[in-house]
Design a protein around this ligand. Structure first.
Ligand SMILES: [Zn+2]
Length: 157
């Protein structure tokens, strides 16, 4: 496997960070995801006047990758403001863990400090498709048929 282009990913995360929509917190975050096929997908946080609807940069980047048909990643950089790099929030950790295998995550800010971690280290014991696979679909009462629910497809790891 080739070396991870950390500088390129960091520049992409820093660049997209400046386009974040964060008029309420002014806390602009950017994320860059390196896909297994070499493409880079970026995302920025998107806030809303209804505060609870805010979407983080990491999940924005995942959405861009999924829309392009990409589900396998090899690295991510998250760029946040200030001197101390922020690590992904709990919701983003769960979303990143949805796409195994684990990959390295570098968190940077505006100073020299950085955090080097992995998806697995960010969320040990993550809930996953394996938990859902343990149960059968609920039996339906009477003759009502449950809608077919297919488990998400996973490529072999
Ligand atoms: Zn988040």
């Amino acid at each position: 496997m080739r070396a991870i282009p950390w500088d390129e990913l960091t520049q992409a995360a820093q660049a997209v960070r400046k386009r974040a929509y964060a008029p309420y917190s002014n806390y602009q975050v950017g994320a860059a995801l390196l896909a297994e096929d070499g493409r880079v997908f970026v995302g920025a946080n998107v806030e809303n006047a209804s505060y609870g609807l805010a979407q983080c940069a990491e999940r924005s980047a995942i959405g861009a990758a999924i829309a392009a048909g990409v589900r396998r990643f090899v690295a991510a950089v998250v760029a946040s403001p200030g001197e101390r790099p922020a690590t992904p929030c709990g919701m983003c950790r769960q979303v990143l863990a949805e796409f195994p295998p684990s990959f390295p995550v570098r968190c940077v800010a505006e100073g020299e400090a950085r955090v080097e971690t992995t998806v697995a280290a960010l969320l040990p014991g993550a809930f996953g498709a394996g938990e859902l696979a343990q149960v059968r679909a609920p039996s339906s009462p009477g003759r009502v048929r449950a809608p077919s629910a297919r488990a998400p497809r996973r490529s072999s790891d």
